[in-house]
Design a binder for this molecule. Structure first.
Ligand code: ADP
Ligand code: 3PG
Ligand code: MG
Length: 393
């Protein structure tokens, strides 16, 4: 058992550095499309401010390459102001003399949000010096960022190595619920995997074959697999350097007698037509890019969903944020919600989808983790959880 914030004593006046996952879906104008990841860490923040701790929040947002105002966490600070009774401040940096000064000035029971940690290359490089610098601003480190606990980065992993530490209430809840669900998965166990992060998630899919009885692959994730099978993908989003591993996964699944379902029809968009003509097709020929799955695929996937006793879903089946390409994700969301199976849905954008289609209350467990929940199901733990001290009993 890991130490949690409930095990911490003497928090009054202490600077508590809290890593959270505020990687929320946001539109171009900085409007937050789904606040689940913010809402879910409020209990941890309140627990700390109620005890008069001085709370400093750290998070990444998106995958920026250096400083990028479009990826600023400022809109999240505005949202936190609405959700918390205490004073919430924001500073557009993570390290430096100004940050140090603002933390020194931070009053007991108040909150300061730092800027996107990924504006610094040291974050993903898990740079120890960067972590030590941040650690020097605080007294205690808390990790409540379940959604990014699979990333061995500076503020999620390295910081825990240099400060007394604990996990937050959301992290505790995620571990409890997901551990329960994976101990003895009810079979057939169907995993629905979609979304766009082929580069980082494909490795986990390989391991998922052992866990699940059937894998349904949709979203942008599907095209790399389709290409590996020799199927037409037109101009769809693919990950060239992952075709080989996709092929290996398909072979491994076949050898293990596990089913992998790929879309059999698509909503394609013409990439050469300036108006972006939309077509319902079985094959993505020529200049067509797949943006959603078609009705036949929905029916095919629904059959497995209806038979399942346990379902895990991460990754939208299409570009659902655009109503023209939302049908596949909506129908699958409804099928998962109405399934007799025990259902787990995770991921920043996938949770946005189940909220958009108003089915979240019919899901047995909604996780804030996408890739993180996949890795947790596969390994039973995550690097940023492992690095936290054990509870003294
Ligand atoms: P999650 O946040 O749930 O873990 P991801 O971040 O991996 O999921 O992927 C979510 C994104 O995938 C969505 O924003 C969606 O628009 C995009 N997506 C899904 N299917 C497609 C597609 N066919 N083409 C382009 N983007 C897609
Ligand atoms: C997520 O949204 O899955 C987490 O915040 C991790 O984001 P990343 O895949 O960009 O590291
Ligand atoms: Mg996402």
């Amino acid at each position: 058992m890991k130490r949690t914030i409930k095990d911490l004593v003497g928090l009054k006046g202490k600077v508590v550095l809290v890593r959270v996952d505020f990687n929320v879906p946001m539109d171009e104008g900085g409007r937050i499309l789904d606040d689940t990841r913010i809402k879910n860490v409020i209990p941890t923040i309140k627990f700390l401010t109620d005890q008069q701790a001085r709370v400093v929040l750290l998070s990444h947002l998106g995958r920026p390459k250096g400083f990028d105002t479009k990826k600023s966490l400022y809109p999240v600070a505005l949202e936190l102001m609405k959700k918390l009774d205490c004073n919430v401040d924001f500073i557009n940096a993570v390290v430096g003399s100004q940050v140090k000064k603002r933390i020194k000035q931070l009053k007991e029971g108040n909150v300061l949000l730092l800027e996107n940690t990924r504006f610094y290359k040291e974050e993903d490089a898990c740079d120890m010096e960067f972590a030590r610098e941040i650690a020097s601003y605080g007294d205690i480190y808390v990790n409540d960022a379940f959604g990014s606990a699979h990333r061995k980065n500076a503020t999620g992993f390295a910081l825990a190595r240099v400060l007394p530490n604990a996990i937050g209430l959301l992290m505790e809840k995620e571990i409890e619920n997901l551990s329960f669900a994976i101990k003895e998965p009810k079979r057939p166990f169907v995993a629905i995997l979609g979304g766009a992060k082929v580069d980082t998630k494909i490795k986990i899919i390989e391991k998922f074959i052992e866990k699940a009885d059937c894998l349904i692959i949709g979203g942008a994730m599907a095209y790399t697999f389709m290409l590996a099978k020799g199927e037409m993908v037109g101009m769809s989003k693919i990950q060239e350097d992952k075709i080989e591993i996709a092929r290996e996964i398909l072979e491994k699944a076949e050898a293990a007698g596990k089913k992998i379902l790929l879309p059999v029809d698509h909503i394609g968009v013409s990439t050469s037509d300036s108006k972006g003509k939309i077509e319902k097709v079985d094959k993505l020929k020529g200049d067509l890019a797949g943006y959603d799955i078609g009705e036949k695929s929905i029916e095919l996937f629904k059959k497995e969903i209806d038979k399942a006793s346990q379902i895990f879903w991460n990754g939208p089946l299409g570009m659902f944020e655009n109503p023209k390409f939302s049908n596949g994700t909506k129908k699958i969301a409804e099928a998962v919600a109405n399934a007799k199976a025990f259902t787990i849905v995770g991921g920043g954008d996938t949770v946005n989808a189940i909220n958009t289609f108003k089915v979240a209350d019919k899901i047995d467990f909604v996780s804030t983790g996408g890739g993180a929940s996949m890795e947790f199901i596969e390994q039973g733990t995550l690097p940023c959880i492992e690095v936290i001290q054990q509870k003294i009993v």
